[in-house]
Design a protein around this ligand. Structure first.
Ligand code: KDG
Length: 316
């Protein structure tokens, strides 16, 4: 049985090798993307068994992603090949100044967007996993995807599994901001651990500060909330305990994309290792800080050895 199950869209990613508007870039590097895929990669590198639920087209982009999953040791027995729909892909610009790069999606009507509750088979061995990780991206892709993630969340909860949730707001994937906020907060209310970024949390809850955002989700049934504060670290709260863990200094931000997924890898892996929430938040910070120093969305996700280095206090 796997330790962790997650569900989402894996995409081919083409990263610009020159700092120009995407329409002018000629030279792209091939990579992989998908928030839940990134989390799967990170947890697998740390030694956890990860079962990734998804769908890919019967095309070269899909074949490349399957080979990537195999190389990363991810169980892809629940990755369905859909010959009638293509694998999604995205383009990412290169920014010299550490600001969020322009990204462009080519994913409407993709194989993964056709996932639905029909992809749940009974009984599925992955329902025995310790943890189910979800993000708001999967819920945005289609009605079927939304129904699938809600069904998985309800089943995992009923089975007493830990459900972790990263809102991962992608406004352009939603029909309206109101629909995005309502659906994401409904999904968050099925989660034990909720991990919004500060600006996401403000938009979702209407509260101004991290403590207010944490109270909002604790009031809706979450056991633990961690609010990502970027370079300022993270705010954590559970029933009794709350506080801030400082951020890790980063000499040069290369690419911000994937930092939140790195943070999730840190928090989830620490909780699976049995560590308390402040240490989980600190590990989230360390992996997020490592990830922004790499160009690919998952290139900075560490092995156990690299994690130990990333957590070590800086040399005096
Ligand atoms: O979290 C990183 C993701 O943004 C990236 O890998 C692509 O899943 C992705 C998305 O939908 O933006």
């Amino acid at each position: 049985t796997p330790d962790v199950v997650t569900v989402g869209e894996a995409m081919a990613l083409f990263i610009a090798r020159e700092a120009k508007p995407l329409a002018e870039v000629r030279d792209f590097e091939r990579a992989t993307a998908g928030a839940e895929l990134n989390v799967s990669v990170g947890l697998s590198r740390l030694g956890f068994r990860v079962d990734y639920v998804s769908a890919l087209g019967d095309d070269s982009l899909g074949a490349n992603l399957l080979a990537f999953m195999d190389a990363e040791g991810i169980d892809r027995s629940h990755v369905r090949i859909d010959a009638a729909h293509p694998t999604g892909f995205m383009l990412k610009a290169m920014n010299d100044d550490g600001s969020d790069p322009q990204v462009e999606y080519f994913r409407r009507g993709s194989a993964a967007s056709r996932l639905s509750p029909a992809d749940l088979r009974e009984p599925d061995p992955w329902q025995q996993a310790r943890l189910l990780h979800l993000t708001g991206i999967s819920a945005a892709l289609s009605d079927g995807c939304r129904e699938l993630v809600f069904a998985m969340a309800r089943q995992a909860r009923a089975a007493g599994r830990l459900v972790t949730f990263d809102p991962n707001l992608r406004p352009r994937l939603w029909p309206s901001e109101a629909a995005m906020i309502a659906t994401i907060n409904d999904l968050a209310s099925l989660a034990d651990v909720v991990m919004p970024g500060l600006s996401e949390g403000r938009l979702l809850t209407g509260r101004k500060d991290a403590a207010g955002i944490a109270d909002f989700y604790l009031g809706r049934g979450a056991q633990q909330v961690v609010v990502k504060l970027g370079p300022d670290g993270a705010y954590y709260a559970d029933g009794g305990n709350r506080g801030t863990v400082p951020g890790q200094p980063v000499a040069k931000v290369v690419d911000t994309v994937g930092a939140g997924d790195g943070f999730a890898v840190g928090v989830l892996s620490a909780l699976l290792d049995g560590l308390p929430l402040p240490q989980a938040a600190a590990r989230g910070n360390a992996i997020g800080a490592r990830q922004v120093q790499f160009r690919g969305d998952c290139d900075g996700l560490p092995t156990r050895e690299q994690l130990a280095d990333a957590m070590a206090p800086p040399m005096p």
